[in-house]
Design a protein around this ligand. Structure first.
Ligand code: PHE
Length: 446
C-alpha cells in the first residue's frame, strides 16, 4: 500500500464521483445516437439487459480490485497476479486514446455552449445548423482551440487531487446535472406529437435485432459504465476500508442507466415532434437539438441549459480517464501531481490533433477502413474495454483467492454471503464466455 494516500471523504462523495465518471458524453451524446442509428427500442432493450446484469457485475469486479490494494492500476492487478499487471498498462494506453477523442467532442460542447450563450446558435435557421456543425468540426484550428480549453479544465481539476478536486467537483455537479436533465425531459415529453418519439424509442421492434446491434449495445455498456479502463479500479483504490461495494455498484449502474434513458427521452420526443431524423449519427445532439429548441418558446434558455449539461457531464468523465494515468505516474515515478497533470494533458492534446483533423483535412486518411476518430472510438469501446473487462473477470474468477475477495466485498458481514455467491458464479462462469463471443464478433473473427 502506498503511504499517505488520499481518500474519498465520504461514501456519497465516492458514489457521486463514480457516477460522474460513468455519466458523461456516453449517456447524452453517444447513447442517443447509437439508439437512433440502431433501431430505437430494440437497442434500448438489449442495452438494458446487458447493463444491469453484466455491466453492474463488472463494476463490482473493478471496485474490488482497486479497494483490495489501494494502489494505481498496474499495481492493483500486479498485487493479485503478477502477469495481470499488463492489463494496467493496456488501460493506461487506452485511457490516453479515449481521452484524446473525448476531448475533441468535449471541445465541441464548449464551442456550442458559447454559441448558445451568445445567441448565435438559436438565431441560425434550422436547416443551416448542419452546415454550421460540419464546417466547424471540419475546420482545422477552431475545434483544436476548444479541445485545448477542455483539456485545460481537466488539468485544473485533476491537479487538485481526489478529495479537493474530483470529489468536490462531482458533489456539486451530479445533482445539478440531474435537475437540468429533468427540466429538459419535462419540456420534451410535453411537446405535441412527443408520443411517437417515445414509442419509437421504448417499444422494441424485435425484427431489428442483429449481431451488429448487440455488439454496439455491448460496447456502449463498457463505455458508459467506464469499465475496462481501470477507472473504477482507481476510484475504488481511494476508498477507506469498510465501504459497501455491492450497494455502490448497483447505485452507480442504476444512475448511469437512468440518465441514458432520460437523455433519450429528452432527444427523441423532440426529434419526432419536429419531424426530424433520429438516425443523424454523432451530430445528433449538436444538430438536431438546436433546431428543435430554436422552434420552442424559451428555446434560448433550454439550449444554454442543455450545453451546460453536456460540458459538465463530459468533464466529470474525462477527469476520471485522466486519473487512471496520473495516479500511476505519481506513484511510480514520484512526480508531483500538478506537474504530471500538465505534462499528460499536453501529450493528450497532441494525439487529439489528428483525431480532430480527421473531420477535416485528414478526412481521407483511413486505417482499417476507418477515419482516425472512428478508429479510436471503435478500438476503445469495442476492442480494448471489453478485452480488459474480460481479463478482470478472469483474474477475479480464476486467479484470486475466493475468501480474500469475499472479505473485501462483504467486510466480514455474513448477510452479504448470498449475494457474494451469485455474483461470483456470474463473474467466473457467465461473463467470460459471453464477452469472448461478442468480442470475437466485434473484431470480425466470428
Ligand atoms: N463513461 C463515460 C461516458 O459515458 C466515458 C468513459 C469511458 C469514462 C471509460 C471513463 C472510462 O461518457
Amino acid at each position: 500500500m502506498v503511504k499517505n494516500r488520499e481518500q474519498f471523504r465520504s461514501t456519497l462523495g465516492f458514489i457521486f464521483a463514480s457516477s460522474g465518471s460513468a455519466i458523461g458524453l456516453g449517456n447524452i451524446w453517444r447513447f442517443p445516437y447509437l439508439a437512433g442509428t440502431n433501431g430505437g427500442g430494440a437497442f434500448v432493450l438489449i442495452y438494458a439487459i446487458l447493463m444491469l446484469t453484466i455491466g453492474a457485475s463488472l463494476l463490482l469486479v473493478e471496485f474490488v480490485i482497486g479497494k483490495n490494494s489501494h494502489a494505481n492500476t498496474v499495481k492493483s492487478y500486479g498485487n493479485i497476479n503478477k502477469r495481470f499487471r499488463y492489463i494496467g498498462y493496456l488501460n493506461i494506453f487506452t485511457s490516453f486514446i479515449i481521452l484524446s477523442f473525448y476531448s475533441v467532442v468535449g471541445g465541441w460542447t464548449i464551442y456550442f455552449l458559447f454559441k448558445s450563450i451568445t445567441g448565435v446558435l438559436i438565431s441560425i435557421p434550422g436547416d443551416e445548423i448542419t452546415t454550421v456543425f460540419q464546417s466547424f468540426t471540419a475546420s482545422s484550428l477552431s475545434p483544436l482551440i476548444y479541445t485545448f480549453i477542455f483539456l485545460a479544465l481537466n488539468i485544473y481539476i485533476v491537479a487538485k487531487g481526489i478529495a479537493l478536486g474530483i470529489e468536490k467537483y462531482n458533489e456539486f455537479l451530479m445533482p445539478l446535472l440531474f435537475l437540468i436533465i429533468l427540466i429538459l425531459l419535462v419540456r420534451s415529453i410535453t411537446l405535441p406529437g412527443a408520443i411517437d418519439g417515445i414509442i419509437w424509442y421504448l417499444k422494441p421492434d424485435f425484427s431489428k435485432i442483429s449481431s451488429g446491434i448487440i455488439v454496439a449495445a455491448f460496447g456502449q455498456v463498457f463505455f458508459s459504465l467506464s469499465v475496462g479502463l481501470s477507472t473504477m479500479v482507481v476510484y475504488g483504490s481511494y476508498l477507506s476500508r469498510n465501504e459497501n461495494l455491492p450497494r455502490a455498484s448497483a447505485l452507480v449502474a442504476l444512475f448511469d442507466f437512468l440518465i441514458s434513458v432520460m437523455a433519450g427521452l429528452v432527444i427523441f420526443p423532440a426529434v419526432f415532434s419536429f419531424a426530424m431524423k433520429p438516425s443523424e449519427g454523432p451530430g445528433l445532439v449538436f444538430i438536431t437539438l438546436p433546431q428543435v429548441f430554436s422552434m420552442l418558446p424559451f428555446g434560448y434558455f433550454f439550449l444554454v441549459l442543455f450545453f451546460i449539461l453536456l460540458v459538465l457531464a463530459a468533464l466529470s468523465s474525462s477527469i476520471s480517464m485522466m486519473e487512471v494515468a496520473i495516479t500511476y505516474f505519481i506513484e511510480t515515478y514520484n512526480i508531483r501531481r500538478v506537474k504530471i497533470s500538465i505534462i499528460y494533458g499536453f501529450i493528450v492534446f497532441l494525439l487529439a490533433i489528428p483525431a480532430s483533423l480527421s473531420f477535416g483535412i485528414l478526412n481521407g486518411w483511413k486505417i482499417f477502413g476507418m477515419q482516425l476518430f472512428d478508429l479510436f472510438d471503435y478500438f476503445s469501446a469495442n476492442v480494448s474495454l471489453p478485452f480488459s473487462a474480460l481479463a478482470c473477470a478472469i483474474l477475479v474468477g480464476w486467479f484470486w483467492n475466493k475468501e480474500k475477495i469475499k472479505a473485501v466485498i462483504t467486510n466480514g458481514n455474513k448477510n452479504n454471503n448470498h449475494f457474494f455467491t451469485y455474483w461470483f458464479l456470474i463473474v467466473k462462469y457467465l461473463i467470460p464466455p459471453i464477452i469472448t463471443v461478442i468480442w470475437l464478433n466485434a473484431i470480425g473473427i466470428i
